[in-house]
Write a protein that binds this ligand. Structure first.
Ligand code: FCB
Length: 445
């Protein structure tokens, strides 16, 4: 059964600059925190770096042709801050802007809307040396960078997204040290939450003054269930829900951080100045939701440094990355967001996808990815029936890519990329998504 979605529903795929582009030392690009982080031994699962990634920078036309073949209405990509401002401040690097100019024009020539994310974790390293998102100044630097990008592309971009998943960049990058910049500040990482959101607010103002395209933010969301009905598990789950979901949706959609965040060990909310929350909660044109899997939370063991523990679910299938597959959680998440935030603008699913290895025979028959896609699109259709205004879906992702601390070990692509040659081969899911898009766009059910 095809999901009950209307002909004007927007279908796309999403990527991010660092994960696909490569060419990190070319055409005046500066260095991001990820090149530095990944060069340190033991940080990346397979010891790889993003230096070449999948060479999208030099294979741009081929990859744009894949998008056209897929028939998507929009392509969500990110702009690498170090390409535009090599040290994070100062004048634009013309060659950096030229690359995204070609990307945007290449999309438009193929009838695809360019959806641009301004920050997908690749902070210029000089800005990190000056404090990165722990410093309030970075929010101002982000506004200046946004002005340079919007000044060049603002007449053609279809939609802007300020930040990608400030939660993950804060928690993995600044609280737990799994991602760049590799800090382990636990509750002290809250400053990185607040300054990212302040950067979002400043960027929204800049975008509205330069470009008429819709503006939104992209947050990572999950449903949170307690591991049992014990009080300790219930309390830990409530805290985790505030940490993961409320910490980002709350300020943006309702102008307040959740009170439960005060339980964050070592948290210092001194970064929040008068007027910040009013700016952060300025109305948006849309809200981007990235959803991959639900989360189950239990009470932390005694003496733990964080007040919860993640519990694996054994009652449901998992992707090859070990993420539980529960499509109904997406419907519930969207309904919960709508119930919690009366000001919720139209929603786009800005990422959703699954990592599966190819079969041992080397074929591209990826039945797991196809059912993940079908079931999550159906979950979106169910949320619409329940009254949530979801207008589009971007699958993560077009190509196998450099998956952050996992290196090349996790394969999320509708298109396989051969290690070494980087040759692209479409998987069955690519053809499946293409047929589904064509059928829904054509209005046949
Ligand atoms: C999301 C990221 C994206 C990719 C997917 C698998 O959290 O935004 O870059 O890594 O997970």
């Amino acid at each position: 059964m095809r999901p009950a979605l209307p002909a004007d529903f927007l279908f796309g795929v999403a990527t991010s600059a660092l994960q696909v582009e490569g060419a990190v030392d070319e055409d005046g690009r500066g260095t991001s925190i990820w090149e530095v982080f990944s060069a340190a031994p033991g940080r990346i699962a397979d010891g790889s770096t993003p230096a070449t990634a999948v060479n999208h920078y030099h294979r741009l036309d081929e990859d744009l042709d894949l998008l056209a073949d897929l028939g998507v209405g929009a392509y969500r990509f990110s702009i690498a801050w170090p390409r535009i401002q090599p040290t994070g401040r100062g004048p634009a690097n013309p060659a950096g802007l030229d690359f995204y100019d070609r990307l945007v024009d290449g999309l438009l020539a193929r009838g695809i809307q360019p959806w641009a994310t301004l920050f997908h974790w690749d902070l210029p390293v000089e800005l990190m040396m000056a404090g990165g998102w722990l410093s309030r100044d970075t929010a101002e630097a982000f506004a200046e960078y946004t002005a340079l990008v919007a000044g060049r592309l603002g007449d053609r971009v279809g939609a802007w997204m300020t930040l990608n998943e400030p939660l993950v960049h804060m928690a993995y990058g600044h609280a737990m040290g799994i991602d760049a910049p590799g800090l382990t500040l636990l509750g002290g990482a809250f400053a990185a939450t607040h300054h990212q959101l302040l950067g979002h607010a400043r960027a929204v103002d800049v975008l509205r003054s330069i470009s008429s395209a819709p503006v939104g933010i992209v947050n990572h969301h999950t449903t949170v269930d307690p591991a049992s009905d014990e009080d300790g598990d219930i309390a830990a789950a409530a805290f985790y829900d505030a940490y993961h979901n409320g910490q980002f949706a709350g300020p943006v959609l309702a102008g307040a951080y959740p009170e439960l965040l005060e339980a964050l060990p070592g948290a210092d909310f001194g970064a929040v100045a008068d007027g910040d929350l009013a700016a952060i909660s300025a109305p948006l044109d849309f809200y981007g939701v990235n959803f991959y899997h639900p989360t189950t939370i239990g009470a932390a063991p005694d003496n733990a440094s964080i007040p919860f523990t993640m519990v694996d679910r054994t009652d449901v299938p998992h992707t090859d990355f070990g993420w539980p597959v529960v499509p109904a959680a997406l419907t519930r998440l969207l309904s919960d967001l709508r119930a919690a935030y009366p000001e919720l603008p139209p929603v786009y699913i800005t990422e959703n996808g699954a990592a599966y290895d190819d079969p041992a025979d080397g074929s591209v028959h990826d039945a797991g990815r196809i059912s993940y896609l079908d079931e999550h699109l159906d979950a979106v259709a169910q949320a619409r029936i329940a009254g949530v205004d979801v207008r589009g879906y971007f699958h993560w992702t077009l190509l196998d890519n450099w998956e952050w601390a996992e290196g090349f070990s996790q394969h999320f692509g509708l298109v396989r990329v051969e290690p070494g040659s980087l040759a692209r081969t479409t998987r069955d899911s690519f053809g499946h998504y293409r047929s589904l898009i064509a059928a829904i766009r054509g209005g046949s059910r």
